[in-house]
Design a protein around this ligand. Structure first.
Ligand SMILES: C[S@@+](CC[C@H](N)C(=O)[O-])C[C@H]1O[C@@H](n2cnc3c(N)ncnc32)[C@H](O)[C@@H]1O
Length: 486
């Protein structure tokens, strides 16, 4: 076990640690020689901790970007770090202290052998980089800070090469302004903490940028942002030989990220318009073609409430064969009723002559009905250990308690991370893992809805949001602070 410093990006902070844990879980499950992956996952989850909890700094209350974690090897840290969207870097930690002077002292005490072990031959080039969080340095200041460590850097047998280097040594400075003395001149030069180590992995944000919606062939009003789609794929443990379905596929932006990680994909949606696309060059197929990704195995027009997918309880009544799930993950962005309404097919009695080309009518349905159908479908179709990853809308009143409102006997909750869209409109990404089918004593598809709370936070969400906005607008109008544009 070695100690590493994980530096997260300064964005979607609630998602950072859960994403890292999910990717760790994926990496562990890939290694067939590991006897008890669950034990290892639990141990890793317990050991990861915010660096600011260890340090007596005022930044304790701020959710920091620095975390300590233990990995088995550099290889493991690399596999995990390089797949996370929200990881900036993973550093193999050599020393950390309250000041550069103390940090240098610690490095000197490590002795020559440590560095020789890292940079084995004289042929291996390296460079040193100063990474400062919360402060910007000029070129000359950066050089000065790096030169401060020259007595250590000279001990490396390799040559310095700023362009083509094999190793990168990071001096990391946490200079995030402390509460109370943000601009105090006497304190501005004193960092909160300093870390030094070897760069092992950088996150995958650069690779994800190529999937940006700005350059996507076919998008809609509710297409999922590329970074969030990749985070969802990480939560879904997307990988080679996995099958992932999006039952609210829209423009397939979530499936694109899963396919980019090598998974086979399937999609379905109720809307004929979105599935057809704009024309032959702008549709779901052209999106996959744009990134040279494996096309989905199928895109089906269907309603999740009356879906045609294989259902375990029906299958087992016909045959003695039990497949115990056929999907590795379900990813979904449900229609919140704000930009996209939740709908279902309306039952119509038709003469058999008209059935083939008939496009059924749809009517509005509550979001809570879609959520229970989604759980019902996931219970019968996911393999044991398969993931269900979906978004639900909420308002700013959403609390930690609300996170536990959604539960189901066949699933364990993995994460619930909130994203703030506007001051009033938020949404939460829920991640569930299906329990092993053998542990599923309670399973009864008709009961799934019963475990979802009555009157949950997302029920009638659009009406709640608009009513509330109208009330605020009216109050401001009465006070004369609001000018309605007619
Ligand atoms: C928020 S959008 C999904 C957007 C999609 N993730 C994308 O990136 O384009 C929700 C989708 O759910 C579809 N939908 C609404 N009700 C449905 C239902 N009952 N069954 C299946 N799809 C439904 C809508 O047509 C819409 O395309």
């Amino acid at each position: 076990m070695h100690k590493y410093l994980v530096i997260f990006r300064d964005i979607h902070k609630e998602f950072s640690v859960p994403e890292l844990l999910s990717v760790y879980s994926l990496v562990i499950r890939r290694q067939k020689d590991i006897v008890k992956p669950k034990l290892q996952e639990d141990f890793f989850a317990k050991t990861i901790r915010s660096a600011s909890c260890d340090l007596e700094t005022d930044t304790k209350k701020i959710r920091g970007v620095f975390y300590f974690a233990n990995f088995q090897s550099d290889q493991e840290a690399f596999l995990v770090g390089s797949r996370c969207v929200l990881v900036r870097a993973i550093i193999r930690l050599w020393s950390h202290a309250r000041s550069h002077e103390l940090c240098l002292k610690q490095l000197q005490s490590l002795g020559k052998d440590v560095f020789k072990e890292l940079l084995l031959s004289e042929k291996e080039s390296f460079r040193c980089r100063l990474f400062s969080y919360g402060r910007k340095y000029s070129q000359s200041e950066t050089v000065n800070r790096i030169n401060f460590y020259s007595s250590i850097l000279q001990q490396f047998p390799g040559k310095v090469n700023l362009q083509n280097f094999k190793h990168e040594i990071w001096i990391v400075e946490d200079s995030f302004p402390k509460a109370g003395h943000t601009n105090e001149p006497s304190r501005i030069d004193i960092p909160n903490h300093v870390y030094a180590g070897l760069l092992i992995a950088e996150g995958c944000v650069k690779q994800v940028q190529k999937y940006t919606l700005k350059k996507r062939n076919f998008i809609g009003t509710t297409s999922m942002d590329a970074e969030l789609a990749f985070i969802m794929a990480n939560f879904a443990l997307a990988d080679n030989l996995k099958l992932i379905l999006d039952p609210f596929v829209g423009t397939a932006s979530i499936l694109i990220s899963s396919a980019a990680f090598g998974a086979e994909t399937l999609g379905s949606d109720l809307s004929f318009t979105v599935l057809k696309g704009k024309n032959k060059e702008e549709n779901i197929v052209s999106n996959f073609r744009q990134y040279k990704l494996q096309q989905p195995l199928g895109i089906v027009r269907c309603d999740i409430l009356h879906n045609p997918w294989r259902h375990e309880s029906i299958m087992s009544s016909f045959t003695s064969f039990k497949c115990h799930g056929w999907l590795d993950a379900i990813v979904a962005d449900l229609p919140y009723g704000v930009r996209e309404s939740s709908r279902e097919f309306v039952g119509e009695k038709l003469h058999s002559r008209f059935v083939l080309n008939h496009i059924p009518k749809t009517s509005r349905v509550g979001l809570d009905n879609l959520v229970s159908s989604l759980f019902d479908f996931a219970t019968s179709s996911l393999v044991g250990g398969g993931r269900l990853v979906f978004w639900l809308p909420c308002t700013d009143e959403f609390s930690e308690r609300d996170k536990t409102e959604i539960c189901h006997p066949s699933f364990i909750s993995i994460a619930a991370c909130r994203q703030i869209l506007t001051c009033r409109f938020h949404r939460v990404l829920f991640v569930f893992e299906r329990k092993a089918w053998e542990d599923d004593k309670l399973y009864d598809s008709d009961m799934s809805g019963a475990f979802l709370h009555q009157g949950p936070f997302y029920k009638d969400f659009a009406a709640k949001l608009f009513r509330e906005e109208k009330r605020t607008e009216d109050a401001l109008w009465r006070k004369g602070q609001w000018h309605r544009i007619e």
